[in-house]
Design a protein around this ligand. Structure first.
Ligand code: ADP
Ligand code: MG
Length: 440
């Protein structure tokens, strides 16, 4: 077993693994223990199953690389539950698969006006499954916390139900794939009994049921069986039930039986709080000015907010500098530049037409009055500078103009920009809106 020297090597490996993979670094990494390190095999003890799951899914590569870099040898890494860190309440093994993300708890979820209803309904459901809102349907754009909330409900239900409630949590794609597999191996009955006997069925991203007629049929019967027995059903999707394309009417109506709660993009204050929370989870402390800077830079998507924090963290780790506003600025500049690569001409046209209050049809028309021609040229100028499209492509989006027209527009706007401070400011502001996805 571990001697002092091996323990030190393990600490080095852990530090290296964190440096190699800041995205997945978690505060609880410090609770990991060395279980065994013999014969080129490193066994790492984790507090519980969900941590093992998280590490296996996200961190195996970085731990393997870290071990090899530190020891200079080929090492295989294995994660297992260490009874000494934390024991399951009654030590029973769970007869069903429930892989919860250890960070996705209510405690780690920041509540604000944008998600208050969704959060409150999830808390209510976790306290008395099957009797408050059934089904509970959470929807919102990608990266706004639906999966996080679903895991949090399951985690809470699991901890409240000492007798071991059977909770089935899976993505819609998983549900469909397992159903297809059950058909292939001729075990549809097994599939049905597994899902229809659950105490709670939680399905993430049900919009993937679209155009899956047979799966919709199966899901319909599963839904009925559970509902009629007072079992909890929780669903998430990227849009409300009625807007999921080609979803059967009978499913739409059932999804609307309980509570449908929307999650909106977070406000500035919520974003600041989320950045602070995420930093804390990774064992980082960042000043308010850094959190505020990140929250101002990233608006629409919490996953990207985390991405920004990760980038800053990675730059701090590799440069050995502490995280401050200056470092955050430098780190995010690169990231914002790379975001530019995904800007489309449509984004630009959208921002410009709003700003100048003109219609796309006008920009594409033959009209040459200044009030139309100038926004058109600005679109060309911004598209030239913010996207990788060719002159021909840009001209194509603006009424089929040829490349010399686009070139002329770009050089003209470029000249005006240098000589006219107001135009300079307007162009910067429009570019900012385009790169940050705010239409303003
Ligand atoms: P979705 O399923 O809606 O696409 P996720 O649940 O995967 O979004 O969330 C994306 C990331 O943002 C996750 O890391 C999650 O923890 C985080 N997140 C979302 N909302 C919040 C919140 N209110 N507080 C803290 N973290 C959040
Ligand atoms: Mg999700």
């Amino acid at each position: 077993m571990a001697t002092g020297g091996v323990e030190r090597i393990f600490t080095d490996i852990l530090d290296r693994a964190k440096a190699l993979d800041p995205v997945n670094t978690r505060k609880w990494f410090d609770n990991l223990r060395l279980l065994d390190f013999t014969g080129g095999s490193l066994e790492i003890g984790c507090p519980d199953e969900s941590c093992v799951y998280f590490l296996n899914k996200n961190c195996r590569g970085s731990f393997t690389r870290a071990s090899q870099q530190i020891t200079g040898h080929l090492v295989t890494v294995q994660f297992s539950v260490d009874g000494h860190i934390k024991r399951d309440s009654d030590g029973r093994s769970q007869e069903y698969e429930l892989s919860l993300h250890p960070d996705y708890t209510f405690e780690n979820f920041v509540v604000g006006p944008s998600n208050r209803l969704a959060h409150a309904s999830c808390v209510a459901v976790s306290q008395s499954p099957g009797s408050t809102y059934n089904p509970l349907f959470i929807y919102g754009n990608s990266g706004l916390g639906k999966t996080h909330l679903l895991h949090a409900v399951c985690c809470e239900m699991k901890s409240r139900c000492a007798g071991g409630a059977v909770i089935q949590l899976l993505s819609c794609e998983d549900f469909i794939n397992r159903f297809i597999r059950a058909i292939e191996v001729g075990d549809v009955l097994g599939f049905q009994s597994q899902f229809r006997s659950a105490d709670a069925l939680v399905i993430d991203d049900v919009q993937f049921l679209r155009e899956r007629e047979q799966s919709q049929e199966e899901f319909f019967h599963t839904f009925n069986a559970l509902y009629n027995n007072g079992r909890q059903i929780i669903l998430s999707a990227d849009s409300p039930p009625s807007e999921i394309p080609s979803l059967e009417e009978r499913l739409i109506s059932r999804f609307n039986w309980g509570l449908v709660a929307r999650i909106d993009p977070p406000s500035y204050e919520t974003r600041v709080a989320i950045v602070q929370k995420k930093a804390h989870l990774r064992g980082l402390s960042i000043n308010d000015d850094v959190a505020e800077y990140i929250a101002r830079k990233v608006h629409a998507n919490i996953r990207e907010l985390e991405g920004a924090l990760t980038t800053i963290y990675a730059v701090a780790m590799t440069s050995g500098n502490e995280i401050n506003l200056e470092l955050a600025r430098v780190a995010l500049e690169d990231q914002l530049e790379s975001a530019n690569r995904h800007i489309s001409i449509t984004d630009i046209i959208d921002v410009v037409t709003r700003h100048y209050n003109v219609r796309l049809a006008d920009l594409q028309s033959k009209k040459r009055s200044k009030s139309i021609a100038e926004p058109r040229q600005i679109c060309m100028y911004l598209a030239r500078n913010l996207t990788k499209h060719s002159l021909e492509e840009i001209g194509g989006h603006l009424g089929g103009r040829d490349h010399t027209t686009v070139m002329h527009a770009c050089s003209k706007i470029g000249r005006v920009r240098t000589g006219d401070a107001a135009m300079h400011a307007t162009l910067d502001e429009l570019a900012r809106r385009v790169t940050q996805g705010t239409r303003g």
